[in-house]
Design a protein around this ligand. Structure first.
Ligand code: PLP
Length: 456
């Protein structure tokens, strides 16, 4: 590592003086100084001291096609030369909105032929809350308003998204959750499965949905909302029994299924959508992040024919929308991003090539004395750090401390991984090469060794 440059010190001082960061402890951030990232290319980023770091988190799970793609810049510039902004309210549209909606209908599972655009994953989930309630009210069932979601889920940090999510620190501020949201167990076998096998635990966790439906009354429930794999919660890959049991419980019931694909969409799990990886037949799919690979902010809700038929016909006008719904520049960037994913066959690559290649290296880290479990689906993985290897207990005193130590070692060693409690999580760009995967695995191994030496 090079020493701290004057430029870095200057950025840090000015940042500390004026910038309140999302999800950051500002007191310690200001004492330590922020990390200043100045450039990105492919799977790599550079900080303001010139250090090159492998971006194992694709920014924030979003840069699926890798950083610095000139094709996206050119697409944005081409659209700018036509018109930079116009809205899609009041029966108006524009060419990028038309083309993007059409492309999404083609690429999504067959029941999805419509999309409602917004600016982010949080807005997509807020849209879901209003849309499912409007759907049932239109069908003459206005009492069906409750949304069931899961503990430790993440669906954004607006009032709606933060409420649907099941994270205690978010609920502890700002009066969340809003009424009408009910949380059930997450299918987190490693942390909460006790003596049950993963398969038994998957069924057990899914059956909490059945119990909640019985307790709350089907006549009051609008939807069940869940991520195919919980991302921010710690890359919680459900046991194989979980999603089929959810499908069994919902079969024949009047409850909409919402698969939040904000992270799992656009190739991350080795299919276009995580729903396809797990055999989920959703009625709505919030999308964002990989939709534009984060080049510009855009989100949306994929709407199935079942819901669209009600919204478009008897539903009348949906009194909902955002100034930047289908913003022309973001839509043009997303369209070009989808073109790249298709042309470079990135989804197939994750399923058949780089996915299996990295999984093998990653799962081998499970042999490390500090790792209780290594898991990965597609290019989404986690390492559970434990003090007493054969046991799955999260027995480190002061939960999160060891995870943070490991995360900081990783960054210093040249790899971005994120810490969730005492686990390390990973979601690199889908363009990762085999050579980069080798570097990633070797750096993760060094990080585990460094962490073990520090904490033992
Ligand atoms: N849903 C899921 C599953 C997410 O992981 C996130 C963000 O990480 C969101 C929704 C919120 O998206 P945004 O940060 O774009 O509002």
């Amino acid at each position: 590592m090079t020493s701290l440059s004057n430029a870095t010190a200057d950025y840090r001082a000015r940042d500390a003086a004026h910038h309140i960061h999302p999800f950051s402890d500002m007191k310690s951030l200001n004492a330590e100084g922020s990390r200043v990232i100045v450039r990105g290319e492919g799977a790599w980023i550079w900080d303001s001291d010139g250090n090159r770091i492998l971006d194992g988190m694709s920014g924030l799970w979003c840069v699926n096609i890798g950083h610095g793609r000139p094709e996206i810049a050119a697409a944005i510039q081409r659209q700018m030369a036509e018109i930079s902004y116009y809205n899609t309210f009041f029966k108006t549209t524009h060419p990028p909105a038309v083309a993007l909606a059409e492309a999404l209908a083609r690429l999504s599972p067959p029941q999805f032929n419509h999309v409602f655009f917004c600016g982010s994953g949080s807005e997509a989930n807020d849209t879901v809350i209003r849309m499912v309630r409007h759907y049932w009210a239109t069908l003459g069932k206005p009492k069906k308003t409750v949304l069931i979601a899961r503990k430790n889920a993440y669906h954004g940090s607006t009032m709606g998204g933060g409420s649907l999510g099941g994270m205690a620190p978010i609920h502890s501020q700002g009066g969340l959750p809003i009424p009408g949201i009910h949380h059930i167990a997450q299918p987190y076998w490693f942390g909460e499965g006790g003596e049950a096998t993963p398969e038994e635990f998957g069924i057990q966790a899914a059956r909490e949905l059945e119990t909640a439906i019985e307790e709350l009354g089907e006549e009051n429930i609008a939807a069940f909302v869940a991520e195919p794999i919980q991302g921010a919660g710690g890359v919680i890959i459900p046991p194989a029994s979980y999603w089929p049991e959810i499908a069994r419980i919902l079969r024949g019931r009047e409850i909409l299924l919402v698969a939040d694909e904000v992270i799992t969409g656009f190739g991350r799990t080795g299919n276009w959508f995580g729903s396809q990886t797990f055999g989920i037949e959703a009625d709505l799919m919030p999308i964002a992040k990989g939709l534009s690979s984060g080049y510009l902010p855009i989100g949306g809700v994929m709407v199935s024919d079942k819901v669209a038929d009600v919204l478009i016909g008897p539903g009348g006008e949906f009194h909902h929308g955002f100034t930047y719904s289908a913003h022309p520049l973001t839509a043009a960037a997303a369209l070009e991003n989808l073109r790249i994913i298709e042309e470079e066959k990135l989804v197939d690559r994750v399923r058949d090539d780089i996915g299996p290649y990295l999984q093998k290296l990653w799962l081998a880290l499970g042999d490390h004395p500090l790792v209780g479990e290594a898991r990965m689906t597609g290019l989404m993985g986690a390492l559970e750090l434990v003090p007493n290897k054969p046991s799955r207990a999260h027995a480190f005193p002061d939960t999160g401390k060891v995870g943070t130590i490991a995360r900081d070692f990783s960054f210093r060693n040249g790899l971005v991984m994120r810490a969730v409690r005492d686990s390390l999580i990973l979601a690199p760009p889908l363009t990762l090469t085999h050579e980069e995967a080798d570097i990633l695995a070797a750096t993760a191994k060094k990080t585990l060794d460094d962490t073990l030496a520090e904490v033992k």
